[in-house]
Design a protein around this ligand. Structure first.
Ligand SMILES: [Zn+2]
Length: 141
């Protein structure tokens, strides 16, 4: 398998107004779903990137920011086509989650099974710091 850490992937929203390049911190191994109130509607599979490892080629100003609940996580989507591109995580503000479907050559249907994070009981709200408490189950597509 190639060294994903060295690869800059091309990525874009559906309409193409927002275009960026992203280096993934753990390739496709970081693919996750989440069952929080937002993610269960948005339905995306996210992969991880370090903050700073997204470079916008165009259209950063065409992103809208959505925040809810504790307003710590920063969820971005294209103003024109509405597609979620990435978010800055509440569980680790040094990380972005990136919509795998926005990345050229990747698809959420590439994953036979995806970890589902327990976003209803967020790791930051759980007693103790058991990060694994956030893992709810595997989901088949
Ligand atoms: Zn768009």
């Amino acid at each position: 398998m190639m060294d994903e850490d060295s690869v800059l992937h091309d990525a874009a929203c559906h309409c193409g107004a927002v275009q960026f390049r992203v280096r993934l911190s753990d390739g496709l191994n970081s693919a996750r779903r989440c069952d929080c109130s937002l993610c269960r509607m948005r339905g995306a599979v996210a992969v991880s990137a370090r903050v700073g490892d997204i470079v916008f080629v165009q259209g950063e100003e065409n992103l809208s920011l959505y925040q809810f609940n504790t307003k710590v996580a920063r969820h971005y989507f294209c103003k024109t086509c509405g597609v979620y591109t990435h978010h800055q995580r509440r569980s680790d503000p040094g990380q972005f989650g990136v919509n795998v479907a926005c990345i050229a050559g990747m698809s959420p249907f590439d994953f036979p099974e995806v970890l589902v994070m327990n976003g209803v009981v967020h790791p930051s709200d759980a007693d103790g710091a058991d990060r694994l408490a956030g893992v709810l189950r595997f989901s088949k597509l």
